[in-house]
Design a binder for this molecule. Structure first.
Ligand code: ADP
Length: 264
């Protein structure tokens, strides 16, 4: 039962007067568990590539280096794992900056067609390699109020996932619209989809539907948490609908940019 409450000492000068803060013990316990799980996850995720790098470099040192059959393969694995390590560290830093609110958003007008096109450029080679049709349907006058870099990052993460979780020969479409005073961008894929029981959790840090497979595909498990944070920081929302074996639809809702004040 979530009824037990304890009193926590007032949190210092920046709180007004004698404000008393009540916390729910159950909530405190939950947060502590989240923190512990996070540390355990980070350690595990970091250890995996480190173990591979150490193992293969030791094997190379103790003779395999002279074997022209296996040496290049081992070097290739070391390279791939070190890239994975740096991707993880980058994502972790981004997430921690976001959570500590160190990231200062630069809120202005964001032309969604431009942001979408930029994000799409990055994933195009990967889509082409898998023979995935990637099409953008975003009106040029669709303007959101947000941070340009953050919007691009969000779209990139969603597009990257869409391409990653769609089998060869599929398609990815991006639709931009204005709905009920909000700027909406939907990323739709014909991929593997997500079962209902996983849907609510995919925005959690390190949550992956299929750990092994998703790790092989090069994911860090942090992409969607970053999306959620960035969209939230811009006073927006992210939603998902999905059907296994049919595909997924991720939608971001952002405030619409106020029309530019007429100048001159
Ligand atoms: P990852 O780096 O593993 O892709 P994310 O945080 O970006 O991590 O996504 C979390 C999980 O959500 C993924 O591991 C995958 O299982 C699922 N997922 C995300 N996007 C899609 C998608 N477009 N289609 C199917 N599954 C997806």
């Amino acid at each position: 039962p979530r009824t037990l409450a304890i009193r926590v000492t007032p949190l210092g000068k920046d709180l007004p007067g004698s404000a008393a803060v009540f916390h729910d013990v159950t909530e405190l316990r939950r947060l502590e568990k989240v923190r512990k799980d996070f540390v355990a996850n980070v350690s595990h995720e970091l250890r995996t590539p480190i173990t591979a790098i150490r193992g293969y470099s030791e094997t190379l040192q103790s003779g395999a280096l002279k074997d022209p059959e296996v040496a290049p393969k081992m070097v290739e694995i070391i390279h791939r794992q070190s890239e994975r390590l740096s991707e993880l560290v980058e994502d972790l830093l981004e997430l921690s900056r976001l959570e500590s609110r160190e990231v200062k958003l630069n809120i202005s007008h964001v032309p969604m067609a431009v942001a979408t096109a930029r994000a799409a450029e990055t994933v195009r080679p990967k889509a082409a390699g898998k023979n995935i049709q990637l099409e953008l349907h975003v009106p040029t006058d669709l303007m959101a109020r947000g941070d340009e870099r953050a919007v691009e990052q969000v779209l990139l993460n969603l597009l990257d996932n869409a391409v990653k979780y769609t089998p060869p020969g599929g398609r990815v479409d991006v639709f931009g619209t204005l709905e009920e005073g909000r700027c909406v961008v939907r990323v739709k894929d014909t991929g593997v989809g997500i079962e209902p029981k996983h849907l609510a959790r995919i925005f959690e840090r390190f949550y992956r539907v299929d750990k092994g497979r998703s790790r092989d595909m090069g994911g860090t498990g942090l992409g969607l948490s970053i999306v959620k944070h960035l969209v939230g920081a811009m006073e927006g929302e992210v939603k998902v609908e999905s059907q296994p074996q049919v595909g997924s639809l991720f939608a971001i809702f952002l405030p619409v940019a106020a029309p530019e004040a007429a100048s001159g």
